[in-house]
Design a protein around this ligand. Structure first.
Ligand code: GRF
Length: 211
């Protein structure tokens, strides 16, 4: 296997995959100097897997359906990432927790994008429209996007980057979700650019020793 670099990107995602698409497009145009190495989805028919395949990126369905044993599932995800030479793992709408083996191997090399300003409006159950409904119910005047390191807990790892998005009078959860999502796409690409350029250093060493 060629030496693993941070720019060798592995993605985990569950459904739609518009954030993945933004990164694929940025790699294709050369704006982002990275290699989308592999996409793992936990739903066999998810659009995100079709997006990956259309772009010629290897895509796998790996879930409790394919691997009912949690340890086997965890090892398969880790080994798939390793086999494709992944250096940085991007959770782009992945609604499952990563297992301990994957988190240990890729410690401080897994990032997640969340559609709100953590540490608020995050945690178990805070995904999809629920995030935006809760933001509106709180009467916050702004929300945003957070990109953070992933540890064992939902939405809890160190925050790497945030940007703000206004909440406008008359917003519904749907209009707010659309405004945030539109910002997510550019912000994910920008943040990856900064990470890969060393402007946003990820903490700590990364061992690429065989698992
Ligand atoms: C995004 O809002 C992301 O922040 C969250 O899940 C959603 C995924 O959207 N974690 P998509 O699948 O990339 O379109």
């Amino acid at each position: 296997m060629a030496a693993t670099a941070l720019g060798d990107l592995g993605f985990l995602a569950s459904h739609r995959g518009t954030n993945l698409q933004a990164v694929l497009d940025a790699c294709k145009t050369g704006r982002l100097r990275a290699r989308p190495a592999v996409v793992i989805g936990n739903n066999r028919n998810a659009e995100v897997l079709a997006r990956a395949r259309r772009a010629g990126v290897p895509a796998y369905h790996v879930s409790t359906a394919t691997h009912p044993d949690p340890e086997a599932l965890d090892r398969t995800i880790r080994d798939t990432l390793i086999r494709h030479g992944v250096g940085l793992v991007v959770l782009a709408g992945y609604q499952k927790k990563l297992g301990p083996e994957t988190l240990a191997y890729y410690a401080r090399r897994v990032i997640n994008i969340h559609p709100a300003l953590l540490p608020h409006f995050g945690g178990l159950g805070m995904y999809g429209m629920r995030v935006h409904e809760t933001v509106l119910a709180s009467r916050a005047t702004e929300t945003g996007v957070t990109i953070h390191l992933v540890d064992g807990d939902y939405d809890r790892g160190a925050i790497l980057a945030q940007c703000r998005v206004p909440v406008l009078p008359g917003d519904s959860p749907e209009t707010l979700a659309a405004r945030v999502l539109a910002r997510e796409h550019g912000f994910l690409v920008e943040t990856l650019e900064r990470i890969l350029a060393g402007e946003l250093p990820l903490p700590g060493p990364f061992s690429v020793a065989p698992a």
